[in-house]
Design a protein around this ligand. Sequence first.
Ligand code: PLP
Length: 370
Amino acid sequence: MTDAVYLDYNATTPLRPEVRDAIVGALDHVGNPSSVHRFGRTARRMVEDARERVGALAGVAPTQVIFTGGGTEANNMVLRCVPATRRMVSAIEHDSVLQAAADADLLPVSADGVLDLASLDRMLAEASGTVLVSVMLANNETGVIQPVADIARICRAHGALLHCDAVQAAGRIAIDCALLDVDFLSLSAHKLGGPQGVGALVLRGDRVFDPLLRGGGQERRRRAGTENVAGIAGFGCAAELAVRGLGDQDRVAALRDAMEDRLRTAVPDAGIHGAGAPRLPNTCCVSMPGVPSETQLMALDLAGIAVSAGSACSSGKVKASHVLLAMGVGEEEAGSALRVSLGWATGPADTDRFVEAWTAVHRRTHRPAS
Ligand code: PLP
C-alpha cells in the first residue's frame, strides 16, 4: 500500500537513509575486526568509531560500551549474569527483563505508571545481601518516564546495584549516564533509526561478570563472537543522528498532543494511559472502551494504518497488557488499548489519518440500535 501510515515506532523505527548508506558501506568492506592486517584494521576502525558515537548518545566514554545483539541480549546479560543475592524489577518492565529474572521481586507503580519510590526504599531496607534493581527509563507501551536519578539515590543508600533499560528512551530524550547514576544501561539500535539485531550494554567503570556468550575475547571479554560490523556501523550512525535530532522531539510532542486532544474530543471516555506523568514525546496509549484492541487493530490495518495493541499476544491468546494491569487499569479497559508511536518521518497527515480512522471505528461499533 503506497499511502500506508506507519505509527509503530516503538516496535521498530524506519531506517534513516544515512544509516542505510553506512550499513551498505560496511557490508562492502571485507575484514574481521580481530584480524591484524589492513582489512581487519579498517573493520576495527568502523566498530570503534561507532562505539564512540554510541558512547556519546549515553554520555559515557567509548570503553564503557559493549556491543550486543540487541536490547534483549543486553538485558539478559545483566539480569542473568551479574551476581546478586536478590533481584528487584519494576512490574512494568519489558519481557526481556521480566523473563530473564523470573524469580525477582516486583516493584509496584502508581496509577500513572511511575515507580513507587517509598516501596522501593522499604523493600531495599528489608533485603539483605547484594540487591540488583532494574527499572526502565521509559515504558514501551505508555512512554512514561521513570525518575531514574531518584531511584539511583535510593539504591545507593542501600548499596544496591541499578540497571536501567533505556531502549525506548534513547533518541527520544537526552540520556546522561552520570546524571542517571546507573551501573548498567541497555540500548537497542532499531528503536532510534538503526538496524534490528544490534544493541549495547553500557557499564559503569570496570564491572566484572561472567559473559552470557563464551568464546573469543571480543568486547573486552564480555561478549564473545565476531562483531556485527555492518550493524554496529549503522548503530553508530543512527546514534549520532539521534543526538542531533533531539531538537525534533518538540515537533513530535506537539503532533502527539494535538492528536490526543482530538481523540478525547471525539470519544470523551477514551482513556489515555500515563498522561498525568512525564512521558516520551512520541508515545500515546489510548483505550476505546468496549472495543477489543484486536478489533481496532484489524480495522486500522484495513485502512492502511499500522499501530500496536497495548497487549501481548502469546500462544494465540491476546492477554491484557501487564503494564496497564500494574497501573490498576481494569482487564476490559486494558484489553481495548492501542499504542500509537510517532517518530522522525511522522507528519500531521499521518496523525490526521489515524484520528479519522480510529473515530470511524468508534462510530461503527457504537451505532445506536435501530
Ligand atoms: N526493552 C524495551 C523497553 C523494549 O521496548 C524492547 C523492544 O521492544 C526491548 C527491550 C528489546 O529490544 P530488542 O528488540 O533490541 O531485543
